[in-house]
Design a protein around this ligand. Structure first.
Ligand SMILES: [Ca+2]
Length: 493
C-alpha cells in the first residue's frame, strides 16, 4: 500500500514537471485603434509591416475574429475577463475622472476571474507593459485586473512599446511567462517618423478620398510601422533567449482605426480585429483560418494552454486551442456577439455575426444620428456641410435610423447594403433576432437606469452636451456568474 502511494506520488510529480515544461510562454500584443484592413498580411499593399508579416507567416492569420466592443476600455476588459462588457461591468469608456463623481462605476462585477491572475496562480510570471485603460484609472495599471500581474509598467514613451525588451530581459528565467504588451500605437496623436506616402494609402469607400484624409491615414500607417518595429525586436529577443519555439504570440487590436465610421461603430471597420497566432513548437506556419473567433475566447484558450480547465472559471468565451493546433477541427462558434455603448457620446448597439457571413444589428437609440464632434469626425462633418460626401459617407448622419440592420458581410465587406427588408433573408433575420433575444436574457442585458449623456455636441441636433455628467451602467449587476455554460451553449455550433 505504502509503495503504491510512493509510486503514485512520483508519477504525479513527474507528470506535473512534464506538464510545466510543455506549457508555452504567452505574449499577447494589443494594438490601439487598428482596423484589420491596415496590415500587409490582410492584403493592404500600401503599408509597411514587415515584422507582423513575418509573424503571420510563422503561424495562422484569422480572417473572422471580432471584438466585443469597438472602443478601448470595454474591449480590453472583455479580453482580460473573457466576458462580454454587459456581463463584466465595464461597458463604457474609462475617462480617468470617475472617482471624483463618487459612483461605483465603471467597476467590475463581483466574483469574476481575470486570466492574468489565473495564469499567475498557476505558476506563470505575469507582466504588463504599455497602455492600460481598464477600470477607474485609465493610465495607471490599477484595479482587480492589475492584481494579476507580478509587474506593471505604464511609464512608457509615445509608442507604449519602448519597455517591452527590458521587461523580457528582467523576467525570472525559471518560470513560464505571460506578457500583456499593449501599444499606444496607432492611436492619435500620430507622432512617429514619416515613412508612408499619402498617395499609397487604402481609402475605404465610407471615408472621403481627400488629401487631408490621405495625409491622416499616412500618419496612422507610420505609427503602425513604429509598433511593427518593436514587435520585430520582441521576436529577435525571444530567439536570443532561446524561448521563441515555445512562445505563443497572439496579436490583436482593441478596436478599429480612429477614423470615420470605424472606431466606436458596430460594423467590421470598428469591430473586426486582426488576429495572428504564432507558436513555432505547436502551430504550423503559413496557415489561414476562417473560423469565427471572439476576443472573449482568448482568456479560456490561454488558461487551457496553461494546463487548466477553463470551465472552472467565469469565462463566457470558450477555448479555441484545439482549432489553433489543428485548423481542420470543426468550428466552435456559430455566432459572435458584440456591443457598443458610450464613447464620449451615447450609442446603444448590439450585434450578432454568424458563420454564414451575416451581421445582424440592433439599435437601442434609432432616434439619433451616430456622429459627434470628436476630433476624428470633424473633417467629415465639415465636408458634409459642404455637400461633398457620397450617400455611403453620409450614412452616419442619417436619423431616425432603423432599429434593425442585416448585412451579408462576406459579400459586402464594408456593410453598405441593409438587407433587413429583403424577404429573401427573413429566415436569417428571425434566427439572429432570436439569438440576440436569448443572449440578452442570459447576460442580464437591460437598459441603464440613468444613461450617460453625450459629452460632445452631435451635429444637426439641439441636444446640448453635458461634459463630465456621469450615469449608471446598463445590465444587471453580477448577473450570470456561475451560469456561463448556458450562454456558451447558445453561441456554440
Ligand atoms: Ca483603442
Amino acid at each position: 500500500m505504502r509503495l503504491s502511494c510512493i509510486i503514485i506520488a512520483v508519477l504525479t510529480i513527474l507528470g506535473l514537471a512534464l506538464r510545466a515544461e510543455e506549457r508555452p510562454n504567452i505574449i499577447l500584443i494589443i494594438a490601439d485603434d487598428l482596423s484589420s484592413d491596415d496590415l500587409s498580411c490582410y492584403g493592404n499593399k500600401g503599408i509597411k509591416t514587415p515584422a507582423l508579416q513575418a509573424l503571420a507567416e510563422s503561424g495562422i492569420v484569422f480572417n473572422n475574429a471580432y471584438l466585443t466592443a469597438a472602443n478601448c476600455s470595454p474591449s480590453r476588459a472583455s479580453i482580460a475577463t473573457g466576458r462580454w462588457p454587459i456581463s463584466n461591468g465595464q461597458t463604457d469608456l474609462s475617462t480617468g475622472a470617475l472617482p471624483s463623481y463618487n459612483v461605483p462605476y465603471p467597476e467590475f462585477f463581483d466574483g469574476i476571474d481575470y486570466f492574468p491572475q489565473v495564469l499567475q496562480k498557476a505558476g506563470y510570471y505575469t507582466a504588463q507593459s504599455g497602455k492600460w485603460h481598464i477600470g477607474y484609472d485609465w493610465n495607471k495599471a490599477t484595479g482587480p485586473v492589475a492584481n494579476g500581474f507580478d509587474k506593471t509598467d505604464t511609464k512608457t514613451g509615445q509608442s507604449g512599446c519602448e519597455n517591452w525588451i527590458k521587461v523580457l530581459d528582467e523576467r525570472p528565467k525559471d518560470k513560464p511567462f505571460f506578457m500583456w504588451f499593449a501599444a499606444h500605437d496607432p492611436h492619435d496623436p500620430w507622432t512617429a517618423p514619416k515613412i508612408h506616402n499619402p498617395d499609397s494609402v487604402f481609402i475605404p469607400p465610407y471615408i472621403s478620398d481627400t488629401r487631408f484624409q490621405r495625409e491622416q491615414l499616412a500618419k496612422y500607417y507610420d505609427e503602425i510601422y513604429r509598433m511593427d518595429s518593436y514587435i520585430g525586436k520582441v521576436i529577435e529577443k525571444l530567439k536570443q533567449q532561446e524561448v521563441y519555439e515555445n512562445t505563443l504570440i497572439v496579436f490583436i487590436s482593441d478596436n478599429g482605426r480612429g477614423f470615420w465610421r470605424s472606431k466606436a461603430y458596430i460594423y467590421d471597420a470598428g469591430m473586426k480585429t486582426p488576429l495572428l497566432v504564432s507558436w513555432p513548437k505547436a502551430i504550423k506556419e503559413n496557415q489561414e483560418g476562417n473560423q469565427l473567433i471572439s476576443s472573449i475566447d482568448l482568456a479560456p484558450t490561454f488558461v487551457e494552454l496553461a494546463g487548466l480547465n477553463p470551465e472552472d472559471y467565469t469565462f463566457q468565451g470558450q477555448s479555441v486551442a484545439s482549432i489553433w493546433k489543428d485548423l481542420t477541427r470543426k468550428e466552435l462558434n456559430n455566432y459572435v456577439i458584440s456591443e457598443q455603448h458610450w464613447h464620449g457620446f451615447r450609442t446603444d448597439y448590439r450585434s450578432v455575426r454568424d458563420k454564414d457571413g451575416f451581421l445582424y444589428v440592433w439599435n437601442g437609440h434609432p432616434e439619433q444620428n451616430g456622429v459627434c464632434n470628436k476630433a476624428f469626425m470633424k473633417n467629415m462633418i465639415a465636408l458634409n456641410d459642404e455637400g461633398k460626401l457620397s450617400e455611403l459617407q453620409k450614412d452616419p448622419f442619417r436619423y431616425p435610423r432603423e432599429v434593425e440592420e442585416l448585412y451579408d458581410f462576406k459579400n459586402d465587406p464594408h456593410q453598405t447594403k441593409n438587407l433587413v427588408k429583403d424577404p429573401k433573408f427573413r429566415k436569417k433575420l428571425k434566427e439572429l433576432r432570436r439569438v440576440l433575444a436569448k443572449w440578452k436574457e442570459l447576460t442580464g442585458d437591460c437598459p441603464s437606469k440613468k444613461e450617460i449623456p453625450d459629452w460632445y455636441q452631435r451635429p444637426y441636433s439641439d441636444v446640448k452636451p453635458q461634459k463630465g455628467v456621469w450615469g449608471l451602467p446598463p445590465g444587471t449587476r453580477n448577473y450570470g456568474v456561475g451560469e456561463e455554460n448556458k450562454v456558451r451553449r447558445l453561441v456554440r455550433d
